[in-house]
Design a protein. Structure first.
Length: 198
């Protein structure tokens, strides 16, 4: 089973993935992240997040799709075929929200690119951590880390991404679990586990 966790930056995805991994340890889940999870994908991650680089919107979408294609081929398909549970911090929906909506490339165009990249592999369940963009930005600022190339984007970008996530979840309610990420992390984890239980 492939369980993905989505949401704008600062929503608490990494925290939830770690909590889920601990709670599901009896099932021996594999935790991966995007972009990343395989050597080529990790190298591409470093490039696309580098604030010193200028990366066009189409190039950005293609780099993310390339990283995803490698992750699917090298890690995801073999793990899923072996019957493992995979917890994935971001997947295709991130590109639909960030490049499709945030960068204005169009959700349909980015979906088509990623269908090719993944060979049609889709998540079984997707958890959306829904947070107001300003609150997400405040959380990022509280970390005290230098912003990467994407984290430097302006409010309009984050609003477009958040709206796109809402539309994606509304269009496919059987796959998506939507959780209010403004709650304490423990409550978010409880809610995610309760909704994943069936």
């Amino acid at each position: 089973m492939l369980i993905t966790v989505e949401g704008i930056d600062g929503a608490g995805k990494s925290t939830l993935v770690a909590g889920l991994a601990d709670a599901l340890r009896g099932h021996d889940p594999v935790v991966l992240r995007e972009p990343g999870g395989a050597e080529l994908s990790e190298r591409l991650r470093a490039l696309v997040k580098d604030p010193a680089l200028t990366v066009g919107a189409r190039a950005e979408a293609l780099v993310y799709a390339a990283a995803r294609a490698q992750l699917v081929e090298q890690e995801l398909r073999p793990l899923l075929e072996a019957g493992r549970i995979v917890l994935l911090d971001r997947f295709v929906d991130s590109s639909l929200a960030y490049q499709g909506a945030g960068r204005g490339l169009g959700v349909a165009a980015v979906a088509e690119l990623n269908a090719f990249a993944t060979g049609g592999l889709a998540a079984d369940r997707t958890i959306l951590l829904r947070i107001d963009p300003a609150a997400g930005r405040a959380r990022l600022g509280a970390r005290g880390e230098a912003e990467d190339r994407i984290e430097r984007e302006r409010e309009a970008f984050w609003t477009a991404c958040a709206n796109a996530y809402d539309q994606l979840a509304a269009a496919e309610p059987s796959r998506w679990i939507v959780i209010d990420a403004a709650q304490p992390a423990e409550r978010v984890l409880e809610e995610a586990l309760a909704q994943l239980a069936p």
